[in-house]
Design a protein around this ligand. Structure first.
Ligand SMILES: Cc1cc2nc3c(=O)[nH]c(=O)nc-3n(C[C@H](O)[C@H](O)[C@H](O)COP(=O)(O)O)c2cc1C
Length: 363
């Protein structure tokens, strides 16, 4: 039985986080846990869940209780997906192959990053459950179109278009440890891509505003993407109500409320604070997912109560990957799933579709 080889005394995401420090070098750890600048948003993502209190509903009948959901044509056994995270080989020698083995074994949705350290085709070949591909639009649109075609041909079922990181965040924690990719680990999907010429700005010029921004994605790229693929497009990185209408008008199939785990723009609000306003604007027209800061089953319950159909986790499953490979990821997902189930029972919800604001305590 797989669980017998999980290291003992790991009962929560936090336990895995503490243990994972011993399983990776300090620079990889700094890259993983860090947020941008003062990490205010990264911290807030977690704390904001603690501010929301629950209330119980007792003596309910739980016949037929389950955590199944339908999401964009797929049935998932529980509402927790693995968020796209770059370069899994930094954290485990088998990289994304270990992660996909875990996701397939437990039936979890997995989103494979453009910046995976294993070819997107090889990840797909090792999957027995549908995968989604996360797309960063590249400066070279022809190369981007080729990437989309490769994802289609490999059998990916949706594109997750990340829109919140057209430039890197101010990552002081990474700078302090001089983080760089070790030899043998790279964004293999992007091999052979022409990089834009670097413009050597003079001291008087801004490097960012003197050419670098010419090819960053705009809303028009969503129209373009729709013209080259029939895959559903889910936009990841919505943090503003104002952007919702634009995205829905362009015909996207889903939205992910995400601030990239607090890794891009510091002092953004936490995603759980943003969710109610965004859900109100969406008004059920497309499914909403949420990530950033999910560490407990009760966090998942709160996200669903405030309008999300499902959540994604980033750092938590990477902690588990580093500690115990595929087995660790399965174990961690089972921990969160069991916590969610317990929270559902204690708040009187038989299915995900019964989770609503009535289980949030109002003072
Ligand atoms: C180490 C690391 C690498 C990431 N790489 C990507 C990526 O390649 N593409 C992407 O869309 N998001 C990326 N993200 C953001 C995650 O998809 C997700 O939004 C975030 O981790 C959620 O917050 P959490 O870590 O608190 O769960 C990355 C996050 C981390 C921690």
């Amino acid at each position: 039985m797989v669980y017998s080889i999980v290291p003992p005394q790991l009962f929560s995401v936090e336990d895995y986080e503490k243990s994972s420090v011993k399983h990776m070098d300090h620079t990889a750890w700094s890259y993983l846990v860090g947020g941008s600048a003062d990490e205010i948003t990264a911290d807030k993502n977690k704390c904001a869940f603690d501010e929301i209190q629950l209330q119980t509903q007792v003596l309910r009948d739980f016949a037929g209780a389950n955590t199944r959901l339908n999401l964009l044509g797929s049935t998932l056994p529980f509402p927790i997906l693995l968020a796209p995270v770059a370069w899994h080989k930094l954290f485990h020698p088998d990289g994304e192959l270990a992660t996909v083995q875990a996701a397939s074994a437990i039936g979890a949705g997995m989103v494979v990053s453009t910046q995976s350290s294993v070819l997107l085709e090889d990840v797909a070949e090792n999957a027995t459950k549908p995968l989604w591909f996360q797309l960063y639009i590249q400066p070279d649109r022809m190369f981007t179109a080729e990437l989309v075609k490769r994802a289609e041909q490999a059998g990916y079922k949706a594109l997750v278009l990340t829109i919140d990181a057209p430039i890197s965040g101010v990552r002081n924690r990474e700078q302090r440890v001089n983080f760089h990719l070790p030899q043998g680990i790279s964004s293999v999907n992007l091999a052979g891509m022409k990089r834009p010429a670097v413009h050597n700005a003079s001291l008087l010029e801004s490097p960012l505003f003197s050419g670098q921004l010419e090819s960053i994605p705009t809303w028009q790229d969503i129209e373009w993407l729709k013209s080259i693929t029939s895959l559903p497009i889910i936009v990841k990185g919505i943090t503003s109500v104002a952007d919702v209408e634009q995205a829905i008008t362009l015909g996207v199939n889903g939205l992910i409320v995400s601030n990239h785990g607090g890794r891009v723009l510091d002092t953004l609000p936490s995603t759980i604070e943003l969710l109610p306003g965004i859900a109100e604007q969406v008004a059920g027209r497309v499914p909403i997912l949420l990530d950033s800061g999910i560490r407990r089953g009760t966090d998942i319950l709160k996200a669903l109560a405030l309008g999300a159909s499902a959540v994604m986790i980033g750092r938590p499953y990477i902690y588990a990957l580093s500690v115990a490979g595929a087995v660790g990821v399965v174990h961690l997902l089972n921990i969160l799933r069991a916590e969610l189930e317990a929270a559902m029972v204690l708040t009187g919800c038989r299915t995900l579709y019964e989770i609503d604001r009535s289980l949030l305590w109002k003072s």
